[in-house]
Design a protein around this ligand. Structure first.
Ligand SMILES: *Cc1c(COP(=O)(O)O)cnc(C)c1O
Length: 361
């Protein structure tokens, strides 16, 4: 096998990043461990408890329960599963906004629940009145996004928790990407800000751990019981995870990254990423392209489709929003220098395009 993984210097579209060196080293050491079988692999099982304690600290939960999932997708599926298993109706529904992650579509499909998608307001946050309108006695779960995948927006979490509470639904916050930057902002997003029951926070995104390291946190132990199945051939007696065998690499790397970086390293990284996002937004706006204000370090801008394609052809890994905007995620590996190189290519390629109206595809 001679292939090499890609370098990160042209990757502007990913929500994952080059793992912190300590995380990489820990992942390698724990590669051959399986936290799905804690009776056989007790050391990594202890490390997993440590990850959950640390994630609880980050997400405002003093006595956290949960586990290290394969990613935000699994954590979100499990949150929906908890709510469905707890619901007293045969026809439960889940309410989220159109900015919710597509993993909830997978969850709804797998679990046979109805997904009610409500619009966002002018600032791309869930429309609270529409959410209120959408919930009913059969709502098992209301989902709030804290750091949306496309625009990095944060739903009004405390108020949305109130909407869930009104109909006796559980309340889930999806901070898969945002969880490691929001602690350094004024946003209200976690367990001690609102009546949150379950929360997704992924060490393998802004947490700088190796893939796979997602996190599911629950406020009360009995919520996890909704997921538990008996495990006849293992020494441990029950399992709440979706996967059976799972990677200890993610678990160990999450502990290592959080040990190294929480809170000061993450704080400094947030500042760098946010400054880069604001700088890039300014530069694009100066070129008279419409830009969505980066409230968290994600920039979206309307640029001509031909320019987008030319940049991709040039080797830049960039992505588009559902509305066809250029979307750039300012992850830790996306330095100012990389963005300057990107903009130089942007200007060079733009000058070769046939005249077009900014924002017009
Ligand atoms: C990335 C992301 C997910 C999915 O996480 P994976 O680790 O890719 O499974 C879910 N929700 C949000 C908000 C995300 O940004």
């Amino acid at each position: 096998m001679q292939a090499e993984p890609q370098a990160f210097d042209r990757v502007l579209s990913s929500m994952c990043t080059d793992p912190h060196p300590a995380a990489r080293e820990a992942a390698e050491r724990f590669l051959a461990t399986n936290p799905g079988d804690p009776g056989s692999y007790p050391t990594v099982a202890d490390l997993e408890d440590e990850v959950i304690d640390r994630l609880g600290e980050i997400a405002g939960l003093a006595d956290p329960h949960g586990y290290v999932a394969s990613g935000g997708t699994e954590a979100n599926i499990q949150a929906v599963r908890i709510s469905r298993n707890r619901a007293e109706t045969e026809t439960p529904n889940v309410v989220m906004s159109e900015s919710g992650h597509f993993s909830f579509r997978k969850a709804a499909n797998l679990l046979g629940v109805e997904l009610r998608v409500v619009p966002v307001d002018d600032d791309r946050r869930i429309d609270l009145a529409a959410a209120q309108e959408a919930v009913d006695e059969e709502t098992a779960l209301v989902v709030g996004v804290a750091g949306s995948t496309e625009y990095g927006r944060v739903d009004p979490i405390p108020a949305l928790g109130g909407v869930a509470e009104d109909v006796g639904a559980l309340f889930h916050v999806d901070a898969a990407w945002g969880g490691f930057v929001l602690p350094f902002t004024d946003h209200e997003w976690h367990f001690s800000h609102a009546a949150v029951d379950t929360l997704t926070i992924d060490p393998h995104k802004m947490g700088q751990a190796a893939v796979p390291a997602g996190g599911l946190l629950v406020r009360d132990d009995d919520l996890l019981d909704e997921l538990a199945v008996d495990t006849p051939y293992l020494e441990s007696t029950s399992q709440a995870t979706l996967t059976g065998t799972r990677s200890g690499a993610g678990v160990a790397s999450a502990v290592a990254a959080i040990d190294e970086l929480w809170p000061d390293g993450y704080h400094a990284q947030y500042e760098r990423s946010q400054e880069n996002a604001e700088w890039l937004a300014r530069e694009l706006r100066n070129r008279s392209y419409p830009v969505v204000e980066p409230e968290l370090p994600i920039v979206a801008a309307s640029v001509p489709g031909s320019l987008f394609e030319a940049l991709r052809m040039d080797g830049w890994r960039i992505s588009r929003t559902g509305a066809n905007e250029l979307r750039i995620v300012c992850m830790p590996h996306v330095t100012r220098e990389i963005l300057e190189t990107f903009l130089a290519d942007f200007d060079r390629l733009e000058s070769r395009l046939p005249a077009s109206v900014p924002g017009d595809d």
